[in-house]
Ligand binder design. Sequence first.
Ligand code: HEM
Length: 444
Amino acid sequence: MADTAHEIEIDALERPEPTPRAPLFHTQLEFGAPIPPASEIRLEDIDLVDPELWRRMGYWDRFARMRKEAPLHWCEDSFVGGYWSVTRYEDIMKIDIDHTRFSSSWEHGGITLGDPIEDFEMPMFIAMDEPRHGVQRKTVQPAVGPPNLKVFGPIIRKRTQDLLDSLPVNTPFDWVDTVSIELTTMMLATLFDFPFEDRRKLTRWSDVVTNMNNPDICPGGEEQWRQEMLECLTVFMQIFQDRKANPKSNDLMSLLAHGEKTKDMVPMELLGNVILLIVGGNDTTRNSMTGGVYALNKFRDQFDILKADHSLVPAFVSETIRWQTPLAFMRRTALEDVEMHGQTIKKGDQIAMWYASGNRDETRFERPDDLWIERPNVRQHLSFGFGIHRCVGNRLAELQLQILWEEILKRFSDIEVLAEPNLTPNAFVKGYTWMPVILRPIEA
Ligand code: HEM
């Protein structure tokens, strides 16, 4: 916890130790092995999808080198096959808005790298091209549109207040599970009108879907993964049928059940869209909630600035979302040959747009590695993507985070991070699995 200003010895919380795991591919690092600095490896050997790099935050120097020396980078040999990486802000933006030449469609491989699992394709609208994508996006948009957000505002505030009031002060606890997961899961249950007492099932499915190869979450590997996904499908099929039989309301399942183009979705498409909304609304906001606390501990002066002026909360939320970048990349597939930086991306090639790197591009952001609440271009981050797939839930995410921070600042003078957090061993969802903190109340 070298750069964190506040350090306290704690015995009260034991760090959950990740299960040692074998590399998934011959190019990957052994569990716990030293990570060589980017300057000591050949450019062509950089493979950003190695989970060990993400579990131990070993990617920043690789991104910096690629932005400088290989802004369009080809990795030939990896767990997910050959793939291009795009790491500069402007290049990511160009590809993200060029949906006629760069496809998101699951038919070409979707939005994550590698081949989809055989016989288990889950079409979802983030992984569709026009016109199908647009129609389905429009169907669910009202659930997170301005009138619904007006209704959600007071509900989110009340739940946030209750949760914060229930937290122990001056006693260590895990911020990830107690606050970030709990708040986002409550929000998801509301969006789906899912039985509130079963809400942790949503967390579980969200964790499982992106962690098939992570023995901490899915020790039974693909078989367990399939089984839990089918369980999710069974539960949601039931909810879908129930919503169909009842008058339309504004929860996500009801909107899908009554949408002209979604009411007859085949089961795997229903599962795909449910998973999209669960992961979209869960991991991302959750990791921003933890990322904000972590960042303020690294940049204590920013915490003082925020405490002195609560009107900075919206800017702080945007800056947290940039600094954290909860989804590290999105994949596209080239529909034709495209020239870039003197190289040819061939038709059919997969490309990772590394938002995590674009958000740290020094030609776009001054002092990119710092959390700087008053940065002039604070809203111009890439974390929500750009173009036709730009995050549909971005306003809801910002609302949840703003309310959380407004309520935190009313109650606590400090949230001290007590040890370096555990990180997700995952190149796609960039986040935290455990972070011990201690709360200090505002003295009366
Ligand atoms: C800080 C929080 C969030 C981040 C960083 C985030 C990030 C993203 C990104 C990067 C994309 C893809 C953009 C692209 O392909 O160009 C996306 C799409 C999407 N997000 Fe979010 N998201 C967040 C919160 C949410 C929430 C709360 C929901 C809730 C419902 C949500 C639902 C979706 C959906 C449905 C899509 C697909 C949109 C489309 O394909 O048209 N997201 N999000």
